[in-house]
Design a protein around this ligand. Structure first.
Ligand code: NAD
Ligand code: DAU
Length: 347
């Protein structure tokens, strides 16, 4: 089986690529990534010489290139993760999100549909999406697979749009597809613009921790490796034309999460209890900030037998330890040095 994984140099994609390359030596894995600011080949350095792994530097916005790559490599299945993924960036540059998340996804859908048109047997377009497409929840309730889409940020609107196109290609052209919508991921290799790695980096550098609004926003957190295992299961066992919500029933208000992170950091850095929390600073809120996300993961739990392997406390400690053990990774990412890696390695 030849599997195209897009966005495999990013945070979640790199864990998915590693899992597939190591667990399935009989599959050929093609990691397609444009290496934007969020793509870092150091994330997959440990598997880059595996015989079943190929890296393809390409932009999903280049429609012709997508067609040519399908012709050249004859992919059987796609796991599509490449995207612009940060909500704050979508507020300052919505069009970048329309280009990659909507048009880029359509380019891939067109390439897959045209290449597979004579034989749709054993083909799959697996689209990785987010719980943010469902909008925001009040104090109670959970997002299920049938919750109506109600996106509030340019990021979530672009992901919702791409989900609709995937489903429409399934209905209109018979393209076999699956969509999964996951909650907030955390863990090793996350770019330090997202809450947990940003705050880790600020704590070690004794910089302010910018809490948006009153900090009473709720997110449902999942360890990235647990998400990769869920993707593996959905890819192999999921039903055509289905959606799966992925989450760990693990809601945290931002302030509680930040205080827990500060406590762990105090211990790891040998600081007095409460020292890191002094860095908490309330700043202007994110426009259109969704109040609460929470996933009902009953379907994937019961139908596919998936559940997370670590508690949030364990996962957060593992994450902090990974960042402490990999200061070079963080240094290279914050200095932009990681972007030289491709030239050194491949050009
Ligand atoms: P990320 O920003 O860390 O990585 C995105 C990757 O896509 C990068 O390697 C980047 O270089 C690549 N990319 C971006 N534009 C590209 C283009 N035009 N052509 C080719 N490659 C391109 O993102 P992530 O957090 O790993 O998220 C991966 C996917 O999972 C996204 O689709 C995101 O919407 C979804 N998702 C993320 C989360 C989360 O909490 N991070 C939760 C649910 C769903
Ligand atoms: O729910 C899934 C989504 O989770 C993914 O689809 C997105 O790709 C991913 O970025 C994430 O979106 P969020 O906006 O929830 O993640 P972020 O880490 O940016 O913010 C988490 C919460 O922390 C949110 O309520 C905003 C708040 N926050 C964030 C930052 C960066 C702060 O208070 N201060 C900050 O500096």
């Amino acid at each position: 089986m030849k599997i195209l994984i897009t966005g495999g140099a990013g945070f979640i994609g790199s864990h998915v690529v590693r899992l597939f390359v190591t667990k399935y030596p009989e599959y050929q894995i093609y990691n397609l990534d444009e290496l934007t600011y969020a793509g870092n080949l150091e994330n997959v350095k440990d598997i880059e010489h595996s015989s079943n792994y190929t890296f393809l530097k390409a932009d999903i916005n280049d429609a012709e290139k997508m067609v040519n790559l399908f012709k050249k490599y004859n992919f059987d299945k796609v796991i599509h993760l490449a995207a612009e993924s940060h909500v704050d960036r979508s507020i300052t540059d919505p069009l970048a999100f329309v280009r990659t998340n909507v048009i880029g996804t359509i380019n891939l859908l067109n390439a897959a549909k045209d290449h597979w048109k004579d034989d749709l047997e054993n083909k799959l377009f697996y689209h990785i999406s987010t719980d943010e497409v469902y909008g925001t929840l009040g104090e109670t309730g959970l997002f299920t697979e049938t919750t109506a889409y109600d996106p509030n940020s340019p990021y979530s609107a672009s992901k919702a749009s791409s989900d609709h196109f995937v489903r429409a290609y399934g209905e209109t052209y018979g393209l076999p597809f699956i969509i999964s919508n996951c909650s907030n991921n955390y863990g090793p290799n996350q770019f330090p613009e997202k809450l947990i790695p940003l705050f880790f980096n600020n704590i070690i550098s004794n910089k302010a921790l910018p809490v948006y609004g009153d900090g009473k926003y709720t997110r449902d957190w999942l360890y990235v490796i647990d998400h990769a295992h869920a993707i593996d299961l959905v890819f192999h066992k999921g039903e055509n034309k289905s959606t799966y919500n992925i989450g760990g029933f693990n809601e945290w208000q931002n302030l509680d999460l930040i205080k827990l992170l500060c406590e762990i950091m105090d211990k790891r850095l040998g600081r007095a209890k409460g020292e890191s929390a002094k860095l908490i600073t309330y700043v202007k809120d994110r426009p259109g900030h969704d109040k609460r996300y929470a996933i009902d993961a009953t379907k994937i739990n019961t139908e596919l037998g998936w559940k997370p392997s670590v508690t949030f406390e364990e996962g957060l400690e593992k994450t902090v330890d990974w960042y402490l053990e990999n200061p070079e990774w963080l240094k290279n990412v914050t200095s932009g040095k990681y972007q030289e890696y491709y030239d050194k390695q491949y050009v």
